[in-house]
Write a protein that binds this ligand. Structure first.
Ligand SMILES: Cc1cc2nc3c(=O)[nH]c(=O)nc-3n(C[C@H](O)[C@H](O)[C@H](O)COP(=O)(O)OP(=O)(O)OC[C@H]3O[C@@H](n4cnc5c(N)ncnc54)[C@H](O)[C@@H]3O)c2cc1C
Length: 219
């Protein structure tokens, strides 16, 4: 898979700081913006608000990612995160190439690959007599897809906390690892918030723990 940062809110620390200070100040956001506080001061406030659960201020910052070559299986999990915008390659308008993702555990399974190749052969055959919108019903979950996703920081932190879990499904975890790397490169202080849920909580709430963190049975 390939993931690139297409765009992000400029000066994100200042944007969040200004929003946060506006809540607790008699001054206007315009006046607060003119203060020019130091970056460590702004980051300290953001961390404090995050710790107490004042998370809505994080919604003022968003990131747009170009995502290429993930499976439809992975994209289906991704779009379950509803507080984001997605533009995904259409199987109705675009003839699908023989391009698929193989799970590492199936790399050497010849039956898996043969079955896929047979599917694609039939797909191409069907295209001779039916529309793409019908032929696509045959395509596998392994089919590669491309999309553009915009997510605000609050939702990105939430989705990352689920998808960076050591027990998360390998492909969506790999996707969020790349997303975290890009956010860290863009603004390390914000990238630090993208981590598995156990690292936020200090314990593991999973049904089947991986053993890295103390397990708390919340059933
Ligand atoms: C390990 C794992 C296993 C899963 N297994 C399954 C499965 O077997 N079947 C399945 O269908 N899904 C499954 N999912 C998907 C899961 O149920 C969620 O749909 C997905 O993780 C999106 O997260 P979210 O619900 O927090 O919503 P998001 O869309 O990311 O929303 C973020 C937050 O906004 C709030 N929110 C959003 N929409 C609403 C709303 N309509 N009403 C109230 N609050 C809202 C919630 O607080 C939510 O946590 C699984 C997810 C994980 C991580």
């Amino acid at each position: 898979m390939e993931v690139r940062l297409l765009g992000a809110t400029p000066d994100p620390i200042r944007v969040i700081y200004t929003a946060a200070r506006t809540c607790y100040s008699s001054r206007s956001p315009i006046e607060i913006m003119a203060e020019h506080p130091s970056k460590p001061k702004m980051v300290r406030l953001i961390k404090r608000l995050f710790a107490i659960g004042h998370h809505s201020v994080l919604e003022h910052v968003s990131f747009t990612f170009a995502i290429a070559g993930i499976s439809r299986s992975c994209s289906h999990q991704l779009v379950r995160h509803r507080l984001a915008s997605y533009s995904q390659q259409s199987q109705r308008y675009v003839t699908q190439s023989t391009s698929y993702i193989i799970p590492p555990d199936l790399k050497r399974d010849r039956r898996f690959q043969t079955a896929l190749l047979n599917l694609y052969e039939l797909y191409r055959d069907l295209l001779k007599r039916v529309e793409k919108e019908d032929a696509r019903y045959l395509l596998p979950n392994a089919q590669a897809t491309n999309l553009v996703m915009t997510m605000n920081l609050r939702e990105l932190i939430h989705a990352s906390s689920l998808r960076l879990c050591y027990r998360a499904q390998w492909e969506i975890r790999a996707l969020f690892q790349r997303i975290r790397k890009l956010v860290r490169e863009f603004e390390p202080a914000l990238g630090a918030f993208l981590k598995p849920r156990c690292q936020h909580l200090g314990f593991c709430p999973e049904e089947e723990p991986c053993g890295r963190y103390r397990w708390v049975d919340r059933r």
